[in-house]
Design a protein around this ligand. Structure first.
Ligand code: ADP
Ligand code: AMP
Length: 226
């Protein structure tokens, strides 16, 4: 099963992608997480990506596409994967299609988590992340058990640098200009599924399961038979 998560920054792509990855037993690939890991490890890629990310702009396609194609070529992606934050431009989508066509494969679904801009601002200002294990929380919608502390690993939670109000405004502008056209792109390919991302997280997950339903049931039956 090969799935793309589409949606504005803060729509809940990562939140849902983690659950889907666990339900389907496929890797969750977040280009944002990969860039952040590179920044943390002070790699040359991280140094290049940081200036774009801090400003709320997209990292150039030539840096992003090679990284993603390399990742989906790894062994753990043989039975599928879920992409979170890629593609973000039409050239990225075309590069992905070409790479998969060369492997005689194609994407199965593009799930668009639809959330209006006014909800996005609230989501982003309340997002808190664990710099150690990557878990994501929200001050009101998904608070950790102990304020400011990661439930999973006990580290101190932080606000992402690019979740500041000014940067969020630019990220939304960039989303509408460069990423939103992908909704039509995947509609034309016949694989677009849109869900109402303003609902509570468990309701959104149930909607996604319903649209992917058949395949999920099949994969569950197969895993029970193993
Ligand atoms: P994205 O990966 O699209 O940038 P996230 O999954 O990180 O978005 O979610 C952004 C913020 O909104 C996080 O703080 C998350 O806990 C919260 N969130 C995600 N889904 C919902 C939802 N359905 N309702 C309320 N808050 C949500
Ligand atoms: P995310 O974690 O998905 O919100 O991504 C955080 C930031 O990483 C984005 O604002 C971009 O600067 C950069 N980024 C992540 N994925 C991509 C991509 N596919 N193309 C370009 N930039 C990206």
């Amino acid at each position: 099963m090969k799935i793309i998560m589409l949606g504005a920054p803060g729509a809940g792509k990562g939140t849902q992608a983690k659950q889907i990855a666990s339900a389907y037993q496929i890797p969750h690939i977040s280009t944002g997480d990969i860039f952040r890991a590179n920044i943390k490890n002070k790699t040359p890629l991280g140094q290049k990506a940081k200036e774009y990310m801090d400003a709320g702009n997209l990292v150039p396609d030539e840096l992003t596409c090679d990284l993603l194609m390399d990742r989906i070529g790894q062994d753990d992606c043989r039975d599928g994967f879920i992409l979170d934050g890629f593609p973000r431009t039409i050239p990225q989508a075309q590069a992905l299609d070409q790479a998969l066509t060369a492997r005689k494969e194609s994407m199965d679904f593009a799930v668009n988590v639809d959330v209006p801009d006014e909800n996005i601002i609230r989501r982003m200002s309340g997002r808190r992340v664990c710099p150690n294990c990557g878990a994501t929380y929200h001050l009101t919608a998904l608070p950790p058990t102990k304020a400011g502390t990661c439930d999973a690993c006990g580290s101190e939670l932080v606000q992402r640098a690019d979740d500041s109000e000014a940067t969020v405004a630019n990220r939304l502008r960039v989303y509408h200009e460069q990423t939103q056209p992908l909704i039509d792109y995947y509609e034309r390919l016949g694989i677009l599924k849109t869900v109402d991302g303003t609902q509570p997280m468990d309701v959104v997950f149930a909607q996604i399961k319903a649209v992917l339903g058949k395949e999920l049931e099949v994969s569950n039956v197969e895993s029970r038979c193993d």
